[in-house]
Design a protein around this ligand. Sequence first.
Ligand code: ADP
Length: 177
Amino acid sequence: LEPKEEFSHKTLAMDVMRPRRSDPPLSVITQDGMSVEEVESLIADTSYSGFPVVVSHESQRLVGFVLRRDLIISIENARQRQEGVVSTSPIFFTEYTPPQPPNSPPPLKLRGILDLSPFTVTDHTAMDIVVDIFRKLGLRQCLVTHNGRLLGIITKKDILKHMAQIANRDPDSILFN
Ligand code: ADP
């Protein structure tokens, strides 16, 4: 992101975040209750660089963010090395794993690959502030919440695309020096 490009104050995080109203919902992983095969299909069916991890679909409360490549590596490793890990093994991102019923497949504990403090802004945050944070912290993505509920995600590319669109539509709203 070029430091000299400035955003118009009018643009808010909600205007840039995905999903758009017409898009499929955000792809999230729940902190418990998903199996190895469910997470594997999520990885196979999408190409996102990462997934927010939430307490539950109902609460949409954010627990952290997990990178796609870390998920792939961890599941592959567990399937190869960890005794008994199969498609139906449950995946836990929680601190503690509840005792599993006897003869059930062993759980896969993945809290270690979770970023527990992903950068988050509210949907009403002005985009010039978001851009400033991206630059200063060197972010790749940022999550968007409203009243503690996860709403969406903004990637660096989303910002660049949005800047290009505004520049086309209304060249005065961005100052290119
Ligand atoms: P990039 O924006 O660099 O291509 P991604 O491949 O992660 O990065 O994201 C592609 C698009 O999908 C972006 O518009 C982004 O906002 C959106 N996106 C990223 N992660 C998710 C997700 N877990 N669920 C839904 N949309 C996502």
